[in-house]
Design a binder for this molecule. Structure first.
Ligand code: TAP
Length: 490
């Protein structure tokens, strides 16, 4: 039984894996980075900060911070590039730049994956096999749209909005950049993007890729900094604000743009239900639940953080799930065998600890996978809470960490009611052998994406976005383009 499993130091067990570290040398980081404005690196006038490796707490680079004036400069550069070059360029030519960027991302994939794992803490096998390939796919996909905007669903000759101010979070730094920049540029907009304070590096490497692709100056501008830089960008003279992040900050942004002519899309938090019926193929469902919540340390907006398991299979399912979790390897993000890497920041680790302690205090039963946690860095063992009630804080609030809250249900109706009993509505998963049951349940779930017998699958052609407090607007596919276009003159 799972209770008897003891933690083991890495490399001491029979059939244990030897360390397989990816080389750090494939990425040459500069000691410090400025802001990328109008095609050039310039100094920032805010207080610079340091970005660290969350797995070791070692300094990676010093980063400039943009104040209000720097942000205004970036927006002015984007405006000039929009008026003089980008909005006048034929769609096919814009597409060529995007194809070039996509190919450069593929060429520099290994370097980008290592930089992402260093700065974010995610396992290299995820940044190498998921994040970076999806980033390239996003640019390839939207490159193909640049000369076909007449078919985006907005009638003939739709027009770009102008300058987009884009603010992104730290959980998928380069992928969120691609979700923002690729459709904006394909539609003929220029952009100013602010990456998250704890993960600026791949956005800065992307600036280098823009230079390498000879992208006209000012089409892409990157302004690093903290939340105040994001606030300045939202207030600046932009035509569109595109934000991905927490619901709390999304609310502030909605208030800040209310009454202005700025368009806005908000991609916010989630508390997805992963529903497992008693007729589900159990081994597959267990893999899907593990992928749903422990992928990227649970730092995933659409993570399956609430497991709804049918009561008749609860005990067996949880026993087998725990058994599976004991095989997850927690450790160095750069090790190719690592399944669960470091938590992105001390602040996020505090939040995960606080909410987990609260879960226990409110009566849920806590179980953590036995694993050896490194001495330095920010770590949290994969954790399951059982006996969770629907009113429990850990069933309602986004923990954004490797923590699964387990609830039970008896009938499909109860599963649907519990799954929808959340202020969020970003995603959901259904596990069942019966196609008709899957379709009937999916139809009743208030979630932007519903995965069936799989989880966390992304494709640039597929729109993604939420209901209720998960935000508004869609990214991906034709819908993602529409967020950067207005109907053309007839
Ligand atoms: P936030 O704290 O909201 O930060 C997101 C971004 O906004 C960061 O760049 C942040 O800068 C900046 N920011 C902070 N305060 C701001 C303000 N008042 N005005 C403008 N910008 C501001 O979220 P997070 O902790 O980085 O990310 C986690 C959240 O993102 C989770 O809730 C997750 O569900 C959500 N998320 C949603 C999606 C989709 S597609 N729905 C995808 C990924 C993540 P600093 O980093 O410097 O604070």
């Amino acid at each position: 039984m799972t209770k008897d499993i003891q933690p083991q130091a890495p490399g001491t067990g029979f059939l244990d894996y030897a360390p397989a570290p990816e080389s750090r040398d494939v990425v040459r980081l500069r000691s410090s980075y400025g802001l990328f404005i109008d095609g050039e690196w310039v100094d920032g006038h805010g207080a610079p900060f340091t970005t660290i490796d969350p797995a070791t707490e070692e300094r990676l680079a010093d980063i400039a911070s943009a104040d209000d004036a720097d942000v205004a400069l970036a927006v002015a550069a984007a405006r000039r590039a929009y008026d003089r070059v980008w909005s006048r360029m034929a769609g096919g030519d814009r597409g060529k730049y995007l194809f070039r960027i996509a190919r450069l991302i593929q060429e520099r994939a290994r370097e980008l994956a290592v930089a992402e794992s260093l700065d974010n803490g995610k396992p290299i096998k995820e940044s190498r096999d998921v994040d970076v390939p999806l980033v390239a796919a996003w640019f390839f996909y939207y490159a193909g749209w640049a000369d076909k905007l007449d078919y985006a669903g907005l009638g003939a000759n739709p027009r770009p909005l102008g300058v987009a101010g884009q603010v992104i979070p730290w959980n998928f730094p380069l992928l969120m950049l691609a979700w923002k920049i690729a459709p904006a540029l394909a539609a003929g907009n220029t952009v100013v993007l602010k990456p998250a304070e704890t993960t600026p590096l791949t956005a800065l490497l992307f600036a280098d890729i823009c230079q390498q692709a000879d992208l006209p100056a000012g089409v892409v501008n990157i302004v690093t900094g903290a939340g105040t830089t994001g606030q300045a960008l939202v207030r600046a003279e932009v035509d569109k604000v595109a934000f991905t992040g927490s619901t709390a900050v999304g609310r502030e942004i909605a208030k800040a743009v209310a009454g202005t002519r700025k368009k806005v899309t908000l991609e916010l938090g989630g508390k997805a239900a992963n529903i497992v019926f008693d007729d589900a193929p159990m081994d597959q469902a267990i893999e899907g639940v593990v992928n749903g919540i422990f992928f990227n340390q649970g730092h995933v907006c659409c993570a399956g953080s609430r497991l709804l398991v049918q009561e008749s299979i609860h005990d067996e399912f949880i026993d087998r799930l725990k058994q599976r979790l004991t095989t997850l390897r927690v450790g160095s993000p750069l090790d190719k065998n690592t399944d669960v890497g470091a938590i992105n920041s001390a602040e996020q680790l505090d939040r995960i600890r606080r909410l987990s302690d609260l879960g226990e205090a409110e009566g849920a039963e806590r179980w953590s996978a036995p694993c050896v946690i490194p001495d330095k860095g920010f770590w949290f063992a994969p954790t399951i809470f059982t006996s969770v009630s629907t009113s429990s804080t850990i069933a309602r609030e986004e923990i954004f960490g490797p923590v699964l809250s387990v609830l039970t249900f008896r009938t499909p109706g109860e599963a649907i009611a519990k799954a929808n009993n959340t202020p969020y509505g970003l995603s959901a998963g259904i596990w069942s052998d019966k196609g008709s049951k899957i379709l009937a349940v999916a139809d009743r779930l208030r979630a932007g994406v519903v995965w069936a017998n799989t989880f966390n699958r992304f494709d640039p052609a597929s729109p993604f976005g939420g209901y209720k407090e998960s935000g508004y607007g869609r990214e991906g596919g034709r819908h993602g383009l529409a967020a950067y276009l207005k109907a053309g003159a007839r």
